[in-house]
Design a protein around this ligand. Structure first.
Ligand code: SF4
Length: 787
């Protein structure tokens, strides 16, 4: 629902008038569900869009909808709908179809004369395939009752919306830039973003550190919204840490005149009030959580309280209000999002199949009036691959609590069949089986197609588990099934997306059998999602090469790119490459003494804090040991595998702003300390990057390489070179964080001397120097710090 300042009408779709949601949680599947293709086959009816203007309770509405199958016989309109259902036949056809029928019967105009209408519901039983046909004749008065009942329910909200739009939008359109001066590159970024929004394009912006990316995308987006061109801005992030920055920028724009509401959506796991009881992989079950089935009045009161108090909603305010009103904080944030214009959330809420906000992004009536601002977009490809990949293991089906007591039941039978299906897949690996010393089997099988009927036993099992988990007052012992249910749901959801850009992978490890569905290429998935919104800006300090990111992130024909220069004085950065050392796996041992010598040379110009990045933990640990042995007076800090949040913070805290100590952190390139950390000023004055950052060679990456080759792309570069260079650029970007910072970047690998790598260097590295001796490097570094 939105207020259109041009028509001065509240626009609402039939989907919004009659939501199909079966549960409050957006992850619960909708039932019943329509399928337009089947409808045409069964009825011969064709889709028709309908638009209906009506005044109600002092508000001018424009109701829009799309009837999927409309035919006309002898002056009577027949509107058909297809439903998948095993029950609830009495409530079909549903109000959605009745409202469409009403609008069609009035010819899209409340003053037009009535045309007779017939409503046909086709109900398909998904288990048996049986089709039932229900045809109902309705009078104009009967349909009007249904329609007006639905519209009246929205009246209060519509009044608030229209009033708020009249008060708020002009301020957002006229918002002033919240800083006294523009930084270099900021104006270009803002202008290009605004024009991309207007043109409905997908803009990819490489904006080096210091440009002020957050406000540079948010400012034009707010103006665009203020001018009535969109309803919501989704600021999407890869990490929680960047959400605070977006929230702060929205606050600055609020103070500068854009009185918009901003909300941070926090992951369920982080705001759940039942954290001690509900494990992260459990769905919300009424039998376990008292907030999983709370009355709507409580929720409305909690939303009302928050809206009356403030315009910015962070996790603290939401959790506190949820506790006070006894509602689920996560659900509260979803409800609140309906009243907010700027929504800051993780990528998951826009793209992940089980988590995305269906209320915004699964509207069957077409694209929503939303724009996406996608921060740190270099992470999105791998994150999407993760979201659309899933795995099941034979051990998931064994030793489930409470199963012994239900022997002989349908559930027990379905569980046995699913487990047998998984075990049966072992035979796919028989050609490549090997045996370890204990005589256990190991092997794998990879295919670009799914085995016939892979999903059916898992679907049957899901159907058996589902009612046990979600019925109110469910026996808490069934909670033991929850993790398996969650895994099955994810696996089946991913299977539904399977196409030529996916891979089926089965592996045997001793007694265990694993089956995985892997997404190789996220571009189509992302493009489909982007088609459901108006425009998007993907931005990051490192999107090199821009065309590669546009390709893998679904830019397609709507893509546009912008590369901005660094706003900082390039002479503040000493950037050098060592051209005569190979860091390839087979050469590492031999190259280690020379690498240590170059690290020492890089440090010799000034005491302070440095980080040396390595391609693997193993190599890093050997290098750290060799370095410490040779330079015992230098303080050495070493990244450990699986560090907790506290350990990571302590590691970074050790990089203190002082010059009296020589300190080197040994870290892994592509790990937690190579991006997303901010050590300004003298907390970090140099980085040494050993290698070209490529992901380790693996079956999966090789398959990805082959996939892209088959699709006329440079497969090796897509699977290895470009992701690697992105890691390098991210790590290098840790050094200069403000216009007063100075520091060094040293790249150690002979591949940096090749034209391919030189072409990927950013513009502010144009003064890069190449060295073949530690002594020459030492002299140059000393000169740099003197200068
Ligand atoms: S509070 Fe209850 S409903 Fe909300 S996330 Fe936690 S378990 Fe789910």
């Amino acid at each position: 629902m939105r207020y259109n300042p041009k028509t001065r009408r509240v626009e609402i779709s039939v989907g919004e008038l009659c939501p199909r949601k079966a549960g409050r949680d957006d992850s619960v599947a909708d039932i019943p569900e329509a399928d337009p293709k089947r409808l045409f086959e069964l009825t011969g009816g064709v889709p028709r869009n309908v638009l209906f203007d009506i005044s109600c309770g002092g508000v001018d509405f424009r109701v829009t909808g799309r009837a999927e199958a409309v035919s006309e016989v002898g002056g009577t309109i027949r509107v058909s709908g297809l439903y998948f259902s095993r029950e609830n036949l009495s409530r079909l056809p549903d109000d959605r179809l009745l409202c469409l029928a009403y609008m069609l019967s009035r010819g899209g105009n409340s003053d037009a004369s009535w045309q007779p209408v017939e409503i046909e519901a086709l109900i398909l039983n998904p288990d048996t395939g049986a089709l039932e046909r229900v045809v109902k004749q309705k009078t104009a008065a009967e349909l009007e009752v249904v329609f007006m009942r639905r519209l009246t329910k929205k009246l209060g909200e519509a009044k608030v919306l229209a009033e708020r739009a009249r008060l708020v939008l002009p301020g957002a359109a006229a918002v002033r830039f919240p800083y006294p001066r523009l930084r270099q590159g900021q104006e270009a970024m803002m202008r290009t973003c605004y024009s991309a929004f207007c043109g409905g394009r997908r803009l990819f912006v490489q904006a080096p550190t210091g440009i002020g990316k957050t406000v540079s995308v948010l400012y034009p987006a707010v103006k665009f919204l203020g001018n009535g061109h969109c309803d919501k801005i989704f600021y999407l992030t890869a990490k929680t840490s960047t959400q605070a920055e977006a929230y702060r920028a929205a606050g600055l724009l609020f103070s500068a005149g854009a009185r918009l509401r901003t909300l941070i959506i926090t992951a369920k796991e982080n705001c759940c009030l039942c954290r001690g009881i509900r494990a992260p992989d459990m769905p919300c079950m009424p039998g376990i959580c008292p907030y999983a089935d709370m009355p709507n009045e409580k929720m409305a009161a909690a939303v009302g309280r928050l809206l009356g108090l403030q315009s910015g909603f962070g996790p603290k305010a939401i959790i506190a209000t949820a506790k006070e009103f006894g509602v689920c904080p996560y659900e509260l944030s979803l409800e609140l999002s309906e009243h907010c214009e700027i929504i800051v959330a993780d990528y998951n809420y826009a793209f992940a199949p089980l988590v995305k906000l269906k209320r915004y992004f699964d509207n069957p009536e077409g694209a929503g009036r939303y724009i996406f601002l996608i921060d740190e977009a270099h992470n999105l490809a791998d994150r999407t691959r993760e979201m659309y990949s899933a795995e099941l293991c034979s051990s998931d089906f064994a030793g489930l609590p409470g199963m012994a007591s239900c022997e002989g039941s349908e559930l027990h039978k379905a569980l046995g069949e699913a487990a047998a299906r998984l075990r049966g897949l072992r035979r796919l690996c028989r050609k490549d089986l090997t045996y370890d010393e204990a005589g256990l089997e190991h092997g794998f099988y990879i295919a670009r197609e799914l085995p016939e009927g892979l999903d059916s036993p898992f679907r049957d099992l899901c159907r058996e588990i589902e009612p046990r988990l979600f019925k109110t007052g469910a026996d808490p012992t069934t909670a033991g099934l929850a993790p398996l249910y969650r895994k099955l749901l994810r696996f089946l959801t991913v299977i539904d997306c399977f196409d030529e850009s996916f891979l089926f992978f089965c592996r045997v490890e001793g007694k265990k059998t694993f089956v995985s569905i892997m997404c190789l290429d996220p571009s189509e998935i992302l493009a489909r999602q982007l088609d459901r919104i108006q425009a998007a800006v993907f931005f990051s300090a490192t999107l090199t090469p821009l065309d590669y990111f546009s390709d893998i992130l679904g830019g397609g024909e709507k893509s546009e790119t912008l590369a901005l220069a660094s706003p900082f004085d390039i002479t503040h950065l000493f950037v050098a490459a060592v051209d005569n050392i190979s860091t390839r796996y087979e050469d590492r041992e031999k190259s280690l003494p020379a690498i240590i010598a170059y690290i020492a040379a890089a440090l010799s110009g000034r005491k302070g804090n440095y980080i040396a990045y390595f391609p693997s933990y193993e190599f890093m640990e050997r290098a750290a040991a060799a370095f410490s042995a040779k330079y015992p007076r230098v303080e050495v800090l070493i990244q450990k595998k699986g560090m907790s949040r506290e350990e990571k913070e302590a590691f970074l805290d050790a990089f203190r702003a002082e010059d009296s100590k020589m300190r080197v952190g040994f870290c892994v390139l592509g790990g937690s300390f190579s991006e997303g950390i901010d050590l300004p000023g003298s907390r970090l004055i140099g980085v040494i990057i050993v290698g070209v950052g490529m992901p380790g060679i693996s079956n999966e990456r090789n398959i990805m390489r082959d996939y892209y080759e088959q699709n006329q792309r440079p497969g090796f570069d897509y699977a290895y070179t470009y992701p690697g260079m992105n890691n390098v650029l991210q790590a290098a970007g840790r050094v200069i964080r403000s216009e007063t910072d100075r520091g060094i970047v040293l790249l150690i690998d002979d591949r940096y001397a090749t034209p391919k790598y030189a072409a990927m260097f950013p513009e502010h590295w144009r003064h890069i120097r190449h060295f073949t001796s530690p002594l020459a490097l030492r002299a140059a570094v000393i000169d740099f710090w003197k200068g």
